[in-house]
Design a protein around this ligand. Structure first.
Ligand SMILES: Cc1cc2nc3c(=O)[nH]c(=O)nc-3n(C[C@H](O)[C@H](O)[C@H](O)COP(=O)(O)OP(=O)(O)OC[C@H]3O[C@@H](n4cnc5c(N)ncnc54)[C@H](O)[C@@H]3O)c2cc1C
Ligand code: FES
Length: 254
């Protein structure tokens, strides 16, 4: 059930200057959360940032009543969230949006870049629980842009590409040698910059593999009221915050 709730900031895990994991703790934690769900986080202490910011749920712990988020600081809101003090109150609306489908068996590929890696910890765990064989392919500009690989390695094989070749194969994720051969994945999941997701969807389509993409469109209300998050599709505009953020890429016409 969707909740509006105050949490206390429990801890930060700084990954580098611009990337961090924010963990919040509450008196109560909604447990009905699924891979791909997100929260609308209010940004305290900065009146000009009055709209909540949509951030994927990275992980949660029902026993400790904690929920965590991986945040890439790119603007006013995401930088301010990284400047709060432990014990500060943070109000969030959660869980929002739909979720990735989790098959009961098979072999899947997850392709992530930028802040789009965030939903894949919960997805990797859910897939492992179903006995699905998972390969993670994570891309970044340099090795300093690659995060969470230790977490992903608990749930599957991890492959990396960097544009400068400082870690993994050199190039973009879609240039990884994995895509050169015949691929026997049952499904591909992707989240990250739009051009990356569209290229992944194209490669999946050429091979007849089902593909699900989680869109990171700009959002305001997060509950289907303002229509600022819509994305075009052959079947008409889709409201990403309520119909998504996860879509089968065929629905999007990608
Ligand atoms: C469903 C969903 C899940 C998301 N999950 C995560 C996550 O787990 N971790 C994370 O770090 N980020 C995530 N994002 C992106 C995050 O919401 C934005 O980075 C954030 O809202 C930017 O707020 P800001 O105040 O820091 O930037 P602003 O100051 O508002 O903007 C700074 C600049 O970034 C651009 N910008 C803002 N939002 C986006 C966006 N969504 N896509 C592309 N450019 C943008 C603006 O146009 C502007 O140029 C997610 C977005 C969606 C829709
Ligand atoms: S963010 Fe307002 S309708 Fe989606």
């Amino acid at each position: 059930m969707k909740r509006v709730q105050d949490f206390k900031l429990k801890s930060y895990r700084r990954l580098n200057r611009e990337n961090y994991i924010l963990t919040l703790q509450g008196d109560y934690l909604e447990k009905d959360m699924h891979p791909g769900n997100f929260a609308e986080i209010q940004v305290p202490g900065l009146p000009e940032v009055f709209l909540r910011r949509p951030i994927s749920i990275l992980d949660f712990d029902p026993a400790k009543k904690t929920i965590s988020f991986y945040i890439k600081a790119i603007g006013k809101g995401t930088r301010q969230l990284g400047r709060l003090a432990e014990g500060d109150t943070v109000n969030i609306v959660y869980p929002l949006g739909n979720s990735f489908s989790v098959p009961r068996k098979g072999k899947v590929l997850i392709v992530g870049g930028g802040s789009g890696i965030a939903p894949f910890v919960l997805l990797g765990r859910a897939l492992q629980q179903q006995g699905v064989e998972t390969t993670f392919l994570i891309g970044g500009r340099t090795r300093n842009d690659i995060f969470l690989t230790e977490e992903f390695s608990r749930y599957g094989t991890v492959l990396v590409t960097t544009e400068d070749g400082s870690r993994g194969e050199k190039g973009l994720v879609t240039g990884h040698s994995l895509f050169a051969g015949s691929m026997n994945f049952d499904r591909i999941y992707t989240c990250g910059p739009d051009p990356m997701m569209k290229a992944v969807a194209r490669l999946a389509g050429q091979r007849g593999i089902d593909c699900e993409a989680s869109l990171e469109n700009l959002m305001a209300c997060g509950i289907g009221a303002c229509l600022c998050c819509v994305t075009p599709s052959p079947g008409g505009n889709r409201v990403v915050c309520t119909e998504g953020p996860v879509f089968n890429t065929k629905v999007l016409g990608w």
